[in-house]
Design a protein around this ligand. Structure first.
Ligand code: GLY
Length: 390
C-alpha cells in the first residue's frame, strides 16, 4: 500500500464534527419553507439555490440532507418534510419525468431508500424499486454496461461514465429487498466493466467511456466535464474512489481495494495544501482556477466507507485523512453566514466549460447540491456508526 504523506490540516475533533452538524442541520431547517414542496437547483446562483421542479439528476441530495438532519437532531419536522419529498419522487418515477438516464441511484437512494430504512415509508420503497427497474432497462449486454445518457439505440450515446458506480447501490438494495438477483447481477457486471476500462495506467480516470455497439469492445475514454480528454476531472476521480469502496463492499475483490488505493494516491499527489482540489487535477497548488469542494466531501465519504470495510492500519489511515479533509472543509469552505448563502459548502464546481470539453458551463465556484449532501454524510459517518442509505 502507498504511504500517504502528512497533509497540512489537522484532523477534525469529535466536538467540531458535532458543531458542524448542528450548523448544517440549522441551515437545512432554515431552508424547509422554500424547499419542502420544491426541489433545489443542482447548484446555487451567487451562492443562493433557487427552488425548481423535481426534474434534475441532483434532486435526491436535498431530501438526503433533510434525512441526515433528522438523524442528527431526531426532530420530526425533518421527517415530515422529507416524506413530502418522497411523494414527489414517487410521482416522478411513476410518470417517468426526466428519468431517461442512469442517475436513479443518486435520485432515489438518499431520498426514498433513506425514507424506507429510517421510518418504513412504503412509498419510498415502492419508488426506489421502480427506479431500480428503470435503471436496469439501460443495461447494454453488448459491452456489459449501464448506458449513461440518451437513447439506448443511438450509437453516439453508447457509453458509461465513472459516476455511475454510485448508482449501483440502488440495484444491490433492490435485490436484497425483493430476493430477485437480476438487479445485483447487472450492478456486479457494470462495476467490473468500469474496473476494466476506466482507470488509466497512471491511476487517473476517464470520465466517460465509449464501447463498440456491435462488438462490445472498449473504444475510448473522453471527458464531458473535465478540462480535456487527457486531463483529470477532480470529481470523476472522487466518484472513482468512492465507487471503488462501494464496489468492494458489495463484491470484496482485491482489485477494487487496490484500485481504490491507486486512485487515491493519484488524487493526493495533486491536491493543494488544504486538501481541497481544484476542479480538475491538472491544476495544482497556486492555481487561480476554481476549486471543487464537493470532490473532497465525496472522497471523505469513500475513505470512511473503505475504513469500515478493511479495519486495521489502513482504516486508521483513511479515517485520519478524512478527518483532515473535513477539518479543511468545515473551517474554510462551509457557509458561516446564512445571510450570504442558503447552501452548506461554498466553492463547488458543477461544469466549467473549456474549448476541450462538451459540457454547458454552469455552477462554477458555487454551492452544489451533492457537495452539501456528501459534506453532511461525511460528518454523519464521523459522528456515529451510520446505517448507509447506499
Ligand atoms: N454525476 C455528474 C456530476 O458529477 O456532475
Amino acid at each position: 500500500m502507498n504511504a500517504i504523506s502528512p497533509p497540512s490540516p489537522q484532523p477534525i475533533s469529535d466536538d467540531d464534527v458535532h458543531v458542524a452538524l448542528d450548523l448544517a442541520s440549522a441551515q437545512v431547517r432554515r431552508n424547509l419553507p422554500t424547499f419542502t414542496y420544491a426541489a433545489q437547483n443542482h447548484s446555487s446562483i451567487g451562492n443562493v439555490y433557487p427552488p425548481v421542479a423535481n426534474d434534475q439528476w441532483t434532486a435526491g441530495f436535498w431530501p438526503g440532507e433533510i434525512w441526515l438532519a433528522f438523524e442528527h437532531t431526531g426532530d420530526k419536522v425533518f421527517q415530515y418534510a422529507a416524506q413530502i419529498q418522497v411523494q414527489s419522487f414517487l410521482h416522478r418515477i411513476e410518470n417517468r419525468i426526466e428519468t431517461d438516464h442512469h442517475d436513479m441511484g443518486f435520485l432515489y437512494s438518499p431520498s426514498c431508500i433513506a425514507a424506507w430504512k429510517l421510518v418504513g415509508d412504503e412509498d419510498g420503497r415502492k419508488a426506489a424499486l421502480l427506479a431500480a427497474d428503470q435503471l436496469i432497462e439501460r443495461f447494454q449486454p453488448v459491452g456489459q454496461f449501464i448506458q449513461a445518457w440518451g437513447r439506448r439505440d443511438n450509437p453516439n450515446e453508447y457509453r458509461y461514465i465513472i459516476d455511475c458506480l454510485l448508482n449501483l447501490p440502488l440495484l444491490y438494495w433492490a435485490s436484497a429487498e425483493t430476493g430477485d438477483v437480476k438487479y445485483r447481477d447487472i450492478a456486479l457486471i457494470h462495476a467490473r466493466t468500469t474496473l476494466a476500462h476506466s482507470v488509466r495506467p497512471d491511476n487517473s480516470t476517464y470520465h466517460t467511456f465509449y464501447m463498440d455497439p456491435v462488438t462490445g469492445e472498449p473504444v475510448r475514454g473522453v471527458t464531458k466535464q473535465g478540462y480535456a480528454d487527457d486531463s483529470f476531472w477532480a470529481r470523476g476521480q472522487a466518484w472513482g474512489i468512492a465507487g471503488m469502496a462501494f464496489s468492494y463492499r458489495y463484491e470484496p475483490l482485491p482489485q477494487y481495494r487496490d484500485t481504490f488505493e491507486r486512485l487515491l494516491s493519484f488524487y493526493l499527489e495533486r491536491l493543494p495544501m488544504d486538501l481541497v482540489p481544484y476542479w480538475d487535477l491538472i491544476f495544482t497548488q497556486g492555481s487561480h482556477e476554481p476549486r471543487d469542494s464537493s470532490s473532497a466531501s465525496i472522497v471523505a465519504c469513500g475513505l470512511l466507507e473503505m475504513a469500515d470495510l478493511v479495519g486495521g492500519e489502513d482504516a486508521d489511515r483513511y479515517r485520519d485523512l478524512a478527518r483532515r479533509m473535513m477539518k479543511s472543509l468545515v473551517e474554510h469552505y462551509a457557509v458561516s453566514d446564512p445571510s450570504l448563502s442558503n447552501g452548506l459548502v461554498l466553492h463547488g464546481t458543477y461544469s466549467k466549460k473549456t474549448p476541450h470539453n462538451t459540457c454547458r458551463g454552469e455552477g462554477v465556484d458555487e454551492c452544489v447540491s451533492w457537495g452539501d449532501y456528501y459534506y453532511m454524510e461525511a460528518l454523519t459517518r464521523l459522528s456515529r456508526r451510520w446505517a448507509s442509505y447506499w
